[in-house]
Design a protein around this ligand. Structure first.
Ligand SMILES: Cc1cc2nc3c(=O)[nH]c(=O)nc-3n(C[C@H](O)[C@H](O)[C@H](O)COP(=O)(O)OP(=O)(O)OC[C@H]3O[C@@H](n4cnc5c(N)ncnc54)[C@H](O)[C@@H]3O)c2cc1C
Ligand code: FES
Length: 251
């Protein structure tokens, strides 16, 4: 897939939870070819390295990104104004591979929830399982309701939705689904991959490694995976991932 550097126009901006921003970017040449699970690498003024952010949604003309302010880079990005040009290198990485006709559970944990929206859109019968720390951190619930007939929202502290983890819900419905696509913290992904293995269901996971170049040239994003012969290798999450079959990951 060919990536390009584009000056995207910020059309809309909203803080949808404390420190979590929803940006709508006009960039038709990227949005037309963006695949679910891919990411954009964003140049932030005064920072040498770009910041990787997943594609949350896309249409003919726009892409949507939802990001949490973590450090200086995302703070500066959050201060962008409607009308500003945002320099993106995109679309990058390999996304989720989804069989439209299957019943797939799209599982997101925390800031791993956004990429699951565009991913769920690729499926005729998607199930969403979304997990958050507490009620204040719940994002994109309405968007998922529009895309998925079946949606479960869980919070760690029980302040909203089901009290518990996404993995608790997956265990309850695993026999009703054909497979899983997931993005979120590593411990969550590890438990989900384990449940899928036990029940012999295919599972794809999106890994979030620290990144430098975003295009396979710097090794910053190296992560331990198995090659096709079962040998351990260091693969570039930015190029071979960020989406892997769970069986490929050295947990
Ligand atoms: C493929 C991918 C998709 C992502 N999608 C999203 C998303 O949709 N929404 C969202 O809120 N966050 C997402 N992240 C995490 C996001 O990239 C980091 O939170 C962000 O880069 C932090 O930058 P900073 O300058 O604010 O923080 P700092 O900690 O100051 O960053 C310092 C450096 O570390 C890198 N870095 C720090 N944390 C991460 C991290 N977790 N992953 C990758 N690089 C990191 C930064 O790019 C920067 O080069 C994604 C990460 C990856 C790898
Ligand atoms: S970020 Fe440079 S090789 Fe992946």
């Amino acid at each position: 897939m060919k990536y390009e550097i584009v000056n995207a126009t910020l059309l809309k901006k909203e803080e949808i939870a404390t420190g979590i921003f929803d940006f709508l970017l006009e960039c038709p040449s990227v949005s037309k070819k963006a695949l679910a699970g891919q990411f954009v690498h964003i140049a932030v003024p005064s920072k040498t390295l770009r910041r990787p952010i997943s594609i949350c949604d896309a249409d003919e003309k726009t892409i949507r990104i939802v990001f949490q302010v973590k450090g200086e880079g995302t703070k500066i990005l959050s201060e962008s104004k409607v009308g500003d040009k945002i320099d993106i290198l995109a679309p990058l990485g390999h996304g989720f591979s989804v069989d439209k006709s299957q019943k797939i559970a799209f599982i997101g944990g925390g800031i791993g929830v956004p990429p699951m929206l565009y991913s769920a859109r690729q499926c005729d019968n998607p199930v969403a399982i979304l997990g958050f720390r507490n009620k204040e951190m719940v994002i994109l619930e309405k968007d998922f309701q529009e895309v998925c007939k079946e949606i479960y929202v869980a919070t760690d502290d029980g302040s909203y939705g089901i009290h518990g983890f996404t993995s608790d819900i997956l265990e309850k419905i695993i026999d009703e689904i054909d497979g899983v696509c997931a993005c979120g913290p590593m411990p969550m992904l590890k438990v989900i991959a384990g449940i899928c293995k036990e029940h012999d269901k295919p599972c794809q996971v999106s890994l979030e490694e620290r990144m430098g170049c975003g295009i396979g040239a710097c090794l910053v994003c190296a992560c331990k995976t198995y090659d096709k012969d079962g040998n351990i290798e260091h693969s570039h999450v930015c190029k071979k991932g960020p989406v892997y079959n769970a069986e490929e990951v050295v947990w």
